[in-house]
Structures are given as structure tokens and as C-alpha cells.
Write a protein that binds this ligand. Structure first.
Ligand SMILES: N=C(N)NCCCC[C@H](N)C(=O)O
Ligand SMILES: O=C(O)CCC(=O)C(=O)O
Ligand SMILES: [Fe+2]
Length: 419
């Protein structure tokens, strides 16, 4: 308990400093650490997407970008504002946990340790996580136990790889034969018909031939890792395994936030979660030949699965999130944190209680930007559909059709590249 209080204090201190330094924060401390029991000491910081009151707080429109010398300046950030309009007013979640019925159950179906029912800190965090998922679809996680030095090392080896000559990078070229695993150059990824100004290495859960039958055929294979540094594969495989565990914990929190049993995403939904990892580089725009250049590093999209964790460069603002007033606001880097956002499968499962938020990347800085995005997704063969209790809370009707996650992913992968 004492430890949690300390965490809370340092969390608020962090927020305080940000407010004082930048005056105009988009960051909000969302919660203290969740109890050590399985979910552990995570902090959630949310990125609100309410209306921003001042013109200066908006991200500069793309057409005016060239006039902007330095997007890391504080006045580009949106101001925190109390809720202007709530997308959805259903808030049954933590209430379900503290209801007399739930509290009186010796082995509550919601959580796996009865004492958690009375844990105020846990309930508060669950409530705040629910707020973040409902209102923003984006939040930051810190206190997650993954060393900042490891996060940086992963970005550093990624950057080193992208600095290699093109011929070297081509040795792990992504092709249909490689199961769409490996290196893609700038302009090979497309979003909504437009070339994206990023290069990347795409990695996926390895798939053996025959696994999942025809469903997974286009993605069968194992990952293509760079040869230099020689520990690239070991480093990344370790990192991915840590992120998978962390994502699983956050999904336990999200399950509680929705008012579901803590292990709601285990079993046939995400007991055997498929993961995707994209190591991404966004060149300085003037380094891209003019005839090839577009104005977007990655076009506006939502992510495909349950939850995304982005490890982004510390000092470049480039990831932009659409707020509820249809303005783009920066998900400004906070060193040592992951920027998290929810994906399409969580929307379907929750019958829209949680919605994925549009985001895009524009590297308007004078520096090459690296980010490593980890996507925690459903079981490859999961048939995801609105669960009954979420349907009941949203008028009783399923708003989305059943989606087989693997089909959703394959359909995206087959249309995402010009090769
Ligand atoms: N796994 C994820 N989320 N990848 C996002 C890649 C960028 C968007 C993609 N071209 C698209 O059009 O969806
Ligand atoms: O580079 C980033 O910050 C985010 C990338 C992203 O949104 C994606 O790959 O889905
Ligand atoms: Fe994304």
C-alpha cells in the first residue's frame, strides 16, 4: 500500500512538472499502480481528446508545415479541458466491482482475489482506465517494469539498421514469399491509397505451414532479422516476450474496466494472442527525393487488434491523435513510457463501448525518427463478436458483425503494400 502511494506521488509529481514546464499540457495522470496481484504497478496517463480551447494548441495543418521550425515547442500541445462532450455515458464498470453483490461474493467472478473487491486503489485505477479507453482511446503506461535502457537499445539497433546501405537492408526484404515479414523501404506501405514516408521491419508471431489452414497461408513463415548487431534477434525476441506479458496485464485491467472477469480475454479470445511488431523509421522529409515524397509518415488509421504499445523516440513529436473535436493533437513522448491505444478487435468485442482512435505520424522535425510498435492481438483464429454483457449495456443489439481476426489482418496485409 505504501509503495502504491509513493507511485501515486511520483506520478502526480511528473504531471506537475509537465504542467509547469510546458504550461499547456495534454497529459493527465490517470491512475496509481494497480495492485501487485497480476496487474502490478502500472501507471496510466491519458491523452484526452476533448476540444482544445486555443488555436495554438492544435497541430499545424499539413499544408502549413514547412513554416514550422520545431514541433517540440510546448505551444503546439493541446490544453487539458474538462469533458466537453462524452461519447458514451455508460459507466457501470468499477461500480460492478463495488456493488454489494460483487463485494459479498467470496470468490467474485470479476477478480481472482476476493480482497481486491475492497481495494480502493485498484478500483480507482480501473475506473480511470475505463475513462481513458472511453474518452481517449489512448493512454500512457509507466511503472511497467521494462527498463528504459532496453526500450532505448531496441530503438537504437533499429536506427542503426535503417542507416545501412539499401543493398544491405534488402537482404531481409519483405515479400509475399516471406509471409510479409522483413524490410520494406520508404513508400512501400500505403494507407488509404497514399504512400507512407516510412521504412520498417515487420515481424509477426511465427506461423508453421498448415497452421490455421488457408486462413494464415499468406503469412506463413518465421521472421527475418538483421544480422548486425549479431544479437538483434535475441534482443528483439526478449523485448517482444516482455511486451507480450505487459500487454496481457494491461488487458486484465481493461477487462475489469469493462466490468468483465479479469481473465475475459484469455481462452478463445486471446489466450494464445497473436503479436505483431513493427520497427519503424521516419526519415527527415528533405532526405526523401521530391518525386517520391508525400507529406505523411503514416496515414490516418486505426490499429487492427486489441492493444498497441508504442515505444517512440524521446525528443520528437510526430505521432498525432484525432481528438473528439476532429483536431490532431500530439502524443508527445514521455521518456520511459509506452503510448497505448486500443484496436479494432476491442471495439467489436465491447460492442463499441471502447472505440479505436484515428492516429497518424508526421515527422516534421529535422531528425530521423524511430518508433517500435507492438501490437497485442486476438488469437489468430478467434471469431470476435460483441459479448453479451456489452451488448446488453449498449441497447441489446450487436453493432458489429463477427470478425475472424486472422481474416481482418490478412486482408490488411494484402492491401497495405506496393511491391
Ligand atoms: N499493424 C498496424 N496497425 N499497422 C499499421 C500500418 C500503417 C497503416 C496501414 N498502412 C493501413 O492502411 O492500415
Ligand atoms: O510510429 C508511431 O508512433 C505509430 C505507428 C503506428 O501507428 C502503427 O504502425 O500502427
Ligand atoms: Fe497505428
Amino acid at each position: 500500500m505504501v509503495r502504491q502511494t509513493e507511485y501515486m506521488k511520483s506520478g502526480f509529481a511528473l504531471l506537475g512538472r509537465l504542467q509547469i514546464d510546458h504550461g499547456n499540457p495534454i497529459l493527465f495522470l490517470l491512475g496509481s499502480g494497480i495492485r501487485a496481484h497480476r496487474i502490478s504497478h502500472l501507471f496510466f496517463l491519458t491523452l484526452w481528446r476533448y476540444k482544445t480551447p486555443h488555436m495554438t494548441s492544435k497541430v499545424t495543418p499539413l499544408s502549413q508545415r514547412s513554416k514550422i521550425p520545431n514541433p517540440t515547442q510546448p505551444h503546439y500541445h493541446a490544453t487539458l479541458r474538462p469533458p466537453a462532450r462524452r461519447r458514451n455515458r455508460h459507466r457501470p464498470t468499477a461500480a460492478a466491482l463495488v456493488s454489494p453483490q460483487a463485494a459479498s461474493l467470496p470468490a467474485s467472478p470479476w477478480i481472482d482475489d476476493p480482497s481486491m473487491v475492497n481495494d480502493e486503489d485498484l478500483l480507482q485505477v480501473v475506473q480511470m482506465l475505463d475513462d481513458a479507453c472511453r474518452e481517449a482511446g489512448f493512454f500512457y503506461v509507466k511503472g511497467h517494469g521494462i527498463a528504459e535502457s532496453l526500450m532505448k537499445e531496441v530503438r537504437d539497433v533499429t536506427q542503426k539498421f535503417f542507416q545501412l546501405p539499401y543493398e544491405e537492408k534488402l537482404k531481409i526484404k519483405m515479400t509475399p514469399q516471406s509471409g510479409y515479414r522483413g524490410y520494406q523501404r520508404v513508400g512501400e506501405n500505403i494507407t488509404k491509397g497514399k504512400l507512407d514516408m516510412h521504412e520498417a521491419i515487420d515481424c509477426y508471431t511465427p506461423i508453421e505451414p498448415g497452421k490455421y489452414g488457408d486462413l494464415a497461408k499468406p503469412m506463413v513463415g518465421s521472421n527475418l532479422w538483421p544480422k548486425y548487431p549479431s544479437n538483434f534477434d535475441v534482443l528483439l525476441e526478449n523485448y517482444i516476450s516482455l511486451l507480450r506479458d505487459l500487454s496481457r496485464k494491461i488487458m486484465r485491467g481493461i477487462a475489469l474496466a469493462l466490468g468483465a472477469p479479469v481473465d475475459a480475454f484469455e481462452g478463445t479470445t486471446a489466450g494464445d494472442p497473436f503479436w505483431v511488431c513493427r520497427l519503424i523509421g521516419y526519415p527527415v522529409s528533405t532526405d526523401i527525393p521530391e518525386e517520391q515524397r508525400t507529406d505523411t509518415g503514416c496515414g490516418a488509421h486505426t490499429d487492427y487488434g486489441l492493444l498497441t504499445l508504442v515505444n517512440q523516440d524521446d525528443d520528437i513529436c510526430a505521432l498525432e491523435v484525432r481528438n473528439q473535436s476532429d483536431e490532431w493533437i500530439y502524443a508527445k513522448p514521455i521518456p520511459g513510457t509506452f503510448v497505448c491505444n486500443i484496436g479494432d478487435m476491442l471495439k467489436v468485442w465491447s460492442n463499441g463501448i471502447y472505440q479505436p482512435t484515428l492516429h497518424r505520424v508526421v515527422n516534421n522535425s529535422p531528425r530521423y525518427r524511430v518508433s517500435v510498435a507492438f501490437f497485442y492481438e486476438s488469437n489468430f483464429d478467434a471469431a470476435v463478436e460483441p459479448v453479451e454483457f456489452c451488448r446488453e449495456r449498449t441497447g441489446g443489439v450487436a453493432k458489429y458483425e463477427k470478425v475472424v481476426y486472422g481474416e481482418h489482418l490478412v486482408q490488411k496485409v494484402l492491401t497495405n503494400f506496393v511491391m
